[in-house]
Ligand binder design. Sequence first.
Ligand code: ATP
Ligand code: MG
Ligand code: FE
Length: 358
Amino acid sequence: PLVLGIETSCDETGIGIVQGRRLLSNTIASSMDEHARYGGVVPEVAARAHLEALQPAIEAALSEAGSTLGLDGPLPLSALDAVAVTSGPGLAGALMVGVGAAKALAVSLGTPLYAVNHLVGHIAADILTGEEVEYPTVALLVSGGHTSLLLVRDLTTDVELLGETMDDAAGEAFDKIARILGLPYPGGPQIDKAAADGDPTAIRFPRGLSRASDMQKHRYDFSFSGLKTAVARWVEQREAEGLEVPVADVAASFREAVVDVLVTKALDACAAYGVPRLLLGGGVIANRRLREVALARAAQAGVAVRIPPLSLCTDNGAMIAALAAELISSGRRPSTLEFGADSTLPVTEIQIAEPDAE
Ligand code: ATP
Ligand code: MG
Ligand code: FE
């Protein structure tokens, strides 16, 4: 099926078009520049930006899809078999803009509408790489808003949350440490750059929820607030002693602590569930060290790692369209139109507002 997907859960306005498992276009407009001076995503600013970016993004996606298909002009809206939209989780106001647009589009075109889960969308992104996807797989989603470890037995019916962050998301931790080190927002790429010249073993920062006593209740959960405090204290103490702060070493040691705990817990889940596959997703996957360590340690453990291209790892509409296309292929009926935006939608709800069985 030809599906147009709309993603507006955070600061990216993503419009993607797929034909089954084939990616036709993936247009992303980000309002990140507008948030940078506030040091974080401002929900109302994001929502207003979606409102302005949606129409041009849809047109750009239709043009791109037209040229992918070798058409003379843009793909006509009338060619779409379905519309898909992120219903949650995410920023409520931002989600509402996408949901409103998707409903209007589907109603005016008379096409079915599929309301889907953003996190499961991140997993669906992998389908668009064109390689054979196998389940079950463990999936680690790390972004500015999420740090989730999932067991995916079946993309359209069975996604289990093994663990998640108890406080900050991994990307958020990068952003906060960058601020402590005087680096600009968003901090992830800045820390990555600064860490390149640093020694990852210079300072031993804590690995959250990794002690034996945490293993019972929080084996697959994450915590980055203790790490953040440890870095802040370390930096304060240096400054109090009148010493220079070795930014590169702090960045490298901090990054190592985050990467270590993410990879250790993900591979622990692979071993415990006997699943030799690990899928990585979310914007923090841009982190070079994370990819490096994940690939090296997974190879040792006999686990195959999948890392989609970054354009499919960060928030985008193509992954939303891909998930809907899978739902359609597996015979699921469209969502009924009374759904809204659910900022805390659990990952187990893959499709929202499914009609009652007859
Ligand atoms: P959501 O949580 O809804 O997926 P988001 O917009 O917060 O949305 P992404 O756009 O996927 O998340 O990722 C942005 C986050 O990724 C930011 O916190 C940013 O600092 C972090 N990030 C980006 N590049 C890197 C990097 N090289 N290393 C570490 N973190 C990074
Ligand atoms: Mg983002
Ligand atoms: Fe996301």
